[in-house]
Design a protein around this ligand. Sequence first.
Ligand code: SPV
Ligand code: MG
Length: 431
Amino acid sequence: MKTVYTCFCTDVIHEGHLNIIHEAQKYGEVIVGVLSDPAVIRFNRFFTEDFEKRMEMVKNIKGVSRVVVQDEVMYDSVINELHPDYVIHGDNWTKEPLKAIRDNVASLIEPYGGQIIDVPYTFSESVQRIDRRVNEKLAMPEYRRGRLKKLIELRDIVKTIEVHDGLTGLIAEKTITEHDGEFDQFDAMWLSSLCDSTTKGKPDIELVDISSRLRTIDDVMEVTTKPMIFDGDTGGLLEHFVYTVRSLERLGVSAVIIEDKIGLKKNSLFGTEVEQTQDSIEHFSEKIRAGKKVQLTDDFMIIARIESLILEAGLEDALLRAKAYVEAGADGIMIHSRKKDPTEIFDFCDSFHKDFPEVPLVVVPTSFNTVTESELASHGVKIVIYANQLIRSAFPAMQSTAMDILKYHRAKEVDDRLLPIKDIITLIEEL
Ligand code: SPV
Ligand code: MG
């Protein structure tokens, strides 16, 4: 009997999947691979059911004779092992970015005479409804909040991108790339104080108040499912910070990062060019303890950000503070630097990671932007935040469009660099 292989990464079985199994049965014995958690999160939405449950679900489909684990997005190991006569899939994989997977399968099975079967993708109303339901579930605070901790376990390094409104939220949510056979997407979102303030035309000095920041969170949360890390600036007064923790937790935010500065906060990338004061270890530790005391779930994380390198207080001071903040209950440490050379960041990470291998380390490589994610991971970094690149790419583009409209007294000259009208009116899907 011939064998037919297909791979599922879904956590809901709907008529589209049943149709694939039904078609597959016409060709032979049906073997289904269930994609592992680390592979799913490279290119698909996060799962709402754990791996064992997904295996169980597939085993229970009538017509499936064997279920195997597929560990990688690409099919090399399963095909080398199973040598299926056919591989069947919805025809959505004939288009980018999934086409790379289809090409990979073709290169593996064609040499031994295997064949691909493309089944028309099921776009029925009920399939779309189920799809929307899963997204809505993923966006709920109780599902979203704990996902950052899960990603820290599943990912070598959690890739986090800045968001400051619904649109940048959609970019964080939907951008998926395939490069040299590797799929990737962002894992989490950073609600930057710099970008949230800048979008509102305000300086990054804790002027945009917490009600407004919570409103931005809500705008982003409305249209996304990924976990969010909130830039909490200094956390404000200890007596206020405890309320912020409660609000963030209730909204489904996964983590707040607060920095050990006091008084008028200025953006760290000014460094010592402006007056900025570092908080005392005792007072900042007290703030961390107060936040940890009021949080209600185990999901939420309070991450302490150390400004010693920014304020040129030295590595020893940074390490001393890191130890104290962890002892005060911080769930992670962010170390910041504005040097182009990452040496001081690596030195800190190496020393800290040796003493506290379980405490997640966070970095924001805006200045030291030549370092790669794998280099950071090799120094123990668990979360990398691309903190401002979206707004910095949008602003010059908008500014030059505005200048050229003024220059030419019409908009024709700028049109070629704009999103086509047909794309902007359909960019946001209606329910
Ligand atoms: C932000 O994005 O607001 C940050 C990171 O706090 S930095 O701008 O580098 O200080
Ligand atoms: Mg900030």
